[in-house]
Design a protein around this ligand. Structure first.
Ligand code: TXA
Ligand code: MG
Length: 324
């Protein structure tokens, strides 16, 4: 079982090429030295993720970008980085010479993020280099927002974890491709489209299906064992009744204000406030499995602001299985 370690021990292990789970403000990450292909390979092995899926490199500061991690910094990228880092934003750049193929899956671009979680920042500052880190869950499964989540998923596959408490944001970073000099969103996340557009001073479109390696291109992702049915508030009660008829019992992830009744229906309460909902989103999906439900109806939020990212994750959790 993984040991819970302090920051000094985490840095020592990372320098030795180990994989260590670390807290970030979004979700826990599974980190290794980004410049060591052998260490990076251990991430893919622990996660069970195909090695063609690129990883995000985490850096201690905006200034570190210049140290060979990216080929160039377009003005729009500099602006976003200056205003939103440290924070839950990943920027895709043309890769620099320090980035091995093992990190990018052979792509000519690299994703970079400067996280804000104090424990993660301490590790990065003391480590000195970049840390490649995907979310610390098995490939395709629900992302972890507590140390207990990580230990449940990967405890037997990794050596160590830093326990930084519950993740403040609870949903992954927004990924914005700036490699062409024009910003577009590859994955909605904790930084909203509205915030990005206010900073850029114009539209920041969501990349279409044609985007190279768009995260979540897989139909199913962020998924618990139970089947998830993501529906509007109007549809939820009817959908729940139908599932009870065919399966006997069903969980419904709904705000307290929604009227739900009937035998076999168990409400798992989710908050109305989007920030709170994001923070508890993955824990609520895990609660479905903990309750041994085979099916759960999940009410989609209003899709403005943070709601866009929450809805994106819920649709992927509800996506057809098979790939993951
Ligand atoms: O909040 C987060 O972003 C968390 C924390 C740990 O930082 N990390 C995270 O990593 O969500 P991961 O690997 O679970 O998701 C990152 C996504 C992947 O789906 C990958 O396809 C995409 O980022 N990605 C990474 N590099 C890319 C690149 N060069 N071009 C396009 N997509 C990229
Ligand atoms: Mg992930």
């Amino acid at each position: 079982m993984a040991r819970v370690v302090d920051i000094d021990e985490a840095v020592r292990l990372l320098r030795g090429g180990a994989v260590v789970a670390l807290p970030t403000e979004t979700v826990y990450g599974l980190a290794a030295d980004a410049e060591s292909p052998e260490a990076v390979a251990r991430i893919f092995e622990a996660k069970g993720r195909p090695s063609s899926h690129p990883l995000i490199v985490h850096l201690p500061s905006v200034d570190a970008l210049d140290d060979g991690w990216v080929a160039s910094i377009p003005p729009v990228a500099q602006r976003l980085a200056d205003l939103l880092w440290p924070g839950p934003l990943t920027l895709i750049f043309e890769r620099g010479p320090r980035v091995p193929d093992a990190v990018t899956g052979g792509l000519e671009t690299v994703g970079i993020r400067v996280p804000s979680h104090p424990a993660m920042r301490s590790v990065l500052e003391r480590f000195g280099g970049g840390l490649a880190a995907p979310s610390a869950n098995r490939f395709g499964a629900v992302s972890p927002t507590t140390a207990a989540h990580v230990l449940a998923d990967l405890g037997h596959r990794i050596e160590a974890i830093v326990d930084g408490g519950d993740c403040e944001v609870g949903i992954e970073s927004t990924i914005v491709d700036v490699s062409t000099g024009v910003a577009r969103i590859l994955r909605p996340g904790a930084v909203t489209r509205e915030e990005l557009e206010a900073i850029v001073g114009g539209p920041v479109p969501l990349a279409g299906e044609d985007a190279p390696r768009a995260p979540g291109a897989l139909a199913s992702h962020y998924a618990p064992r139970a089947r998830i049915h993501a529906v509007s508030a109007d549809e939820a009660p009817q959908q729940a009744r139908e599932l009870v008829e065919s399966h006997g019992r069903v969980a419904v992830l709904a705000p307290p204000s929604m009227i739900l009744e009937g035998d076999g229906i168990t409400r798992i309460e989710v908050p109305d406030d989007p920030r709170e909902r994001a923070r508890g989103l993955y824990a609520s999906l895990r609660a479905v499995d903990a309750g041994a439900f085979d099916h759960a109806v999940v009410v989609l939020p209003d899709e403005s602001g943070l709601g866009a990212a929450i809805a994106d994750r819920l649709r992927k959790a509800a996506g057809p299985r098979g790939e993951a």
